[in-house]
Design a binder for this molecule. Structure first.
Ligand code: GRG
Length: 300
């Protein structure tokens, strides 16, 4: 069966990101040259050979909207994927989710050891900033803007802060606003970053940056809501041990509070909002709009 334009671009972004990651993590050059071989191997284990690479796709396609340099976009996309992979390595640790499998293979702490997994995550996190700072295709202004935005969205006011709120939620009853805030930080911030980053790579103006940010925030909301819906409807026997984990822990999600029909209707509304945000780009926004639909309707 032939691919849709979105599927073809997602697959292209995955290949481009994988190739750039493999090159960066070979240890021959850049900020990891001379790094210990076992640490680099653990970083490769955590970053290579898996994942949908949705965030890199969003960076590259958002940059394409403005006709940006592709190599520079791949640099920013690869940096973001390093951050995402570090978050997964740390999220899987015994002190957090204590998972044995990730992307169909043993988690980094299972394949190596816990200390190495912590340090491999740290290595991926810091590599990300080295990649943005050293990406020659980016203007100096774009490098500084990307570093500052990535620090905010990945850090204590973004993904890391969201993870803290999520861990605290295991022993608390959150209001809907608190659930929304936690999710916007934990998973939404990096997705919003991805879309805004594309505009920054292209040195687009403030209004265009803000529009892509809003689009990314909507996609982030849809991503989390779809994830919660999958968790709510997961059949542990079919989908495996991880299925329904949040539900098992008694965490309140919006699908748990409002039901499946409400959630599907909300996802449809989010897709419509995403479409409206990209309407000014006409046909050029088609692939990103298809991505928003994919995120809202995903089944894994
Ligand atoms: C540990 C600092 C720190 C942060 C962890 C985002 C996060 C915060 C943890 C991820 C845990 C998790 C599985 C959340 C559910 C939603 C999610 C982010 C899934 C993984 O993202 P995908 O579906 O994964 O894009 P792939 O493997 O395709 O990249």
């Amino acid at each position: 069966m032939s691919q849709t334009p979105f599927q073809a671009r997602l697959s292209e972004a995955a290949d481009l990101t994988e190739a750039r990651l493999a090159d960066c993590l070979a240890g021959a050059h850049g900020s990891v040259a001379g790094a210990p071989a076992r640490l680099l191997a653990a970083m490769r284990h955590g970053a290579l050979g898996g994942g949908k690479r949705l965030r890199p796709f969003l960076v590259i396609e958002s940059a394409r909207l403005f006709g940006a340099d592709l190599q520079a976009a791949i640099g920013a996309a690869t940096a973001l994927e390093c951050i995402h992979c570090y978050s997964l390595v740390h999220d899987d640790l015994p002190s957090m989710d204590d998972d044995d499998l990730r992307r169909g293979k043993p988690t980094v702490h299972r394949a190596y050891d816990e200390a190495t997994a912590i340090l491999a995550g740290d290595g991926l996190l810091t590599l990300a900033f080295g990649l943005v700072a050293g990406e020659e295709g980016l203007s100096p202004k774009a490098r500084v803007a990307l570093v500052a935005l990535l620090a905010r969205d990945a850090g204590a006011a973004g993904m890391v802060g969201g993870q803290v709120l999520d861990l605290a939620a295991e022993n608390a009853v959150l209001s809907e606003d608190e659930i929304a805030r936690m999710q916007a930080m934990k998973t939404g911030a990096l997705i919003a970053f991805a879309c805004e980053a594309g505009a920054i790579v292209a040195d687009a103006g403030a209004a265009e940056r803000a529009r892509l940010r809003r689009f990314g925030e909507i996609v982030g909301l849809a991503f989390q809501l779809a994830d919660d819906l999958l968790d709510e409807t997961a059949d542990a026997a079919v989908l495996g041990k991880a299925a329904g984990k949040d539900r098992e822990r008694g965490k309140k999600t919006l699908p748990a509070l409002h039901g499946i029909d409400w959630t599907r209707a909300r996802l449809d509304r989010l897709v419509a909002e995403a479409e409206a945000e990209l309407a000014p780009f006409g046909d050029k926004g088609g692939v990103l709009i298809e991505a928003a639909r994919f995120v809202a309707n995903r089944t894994s």
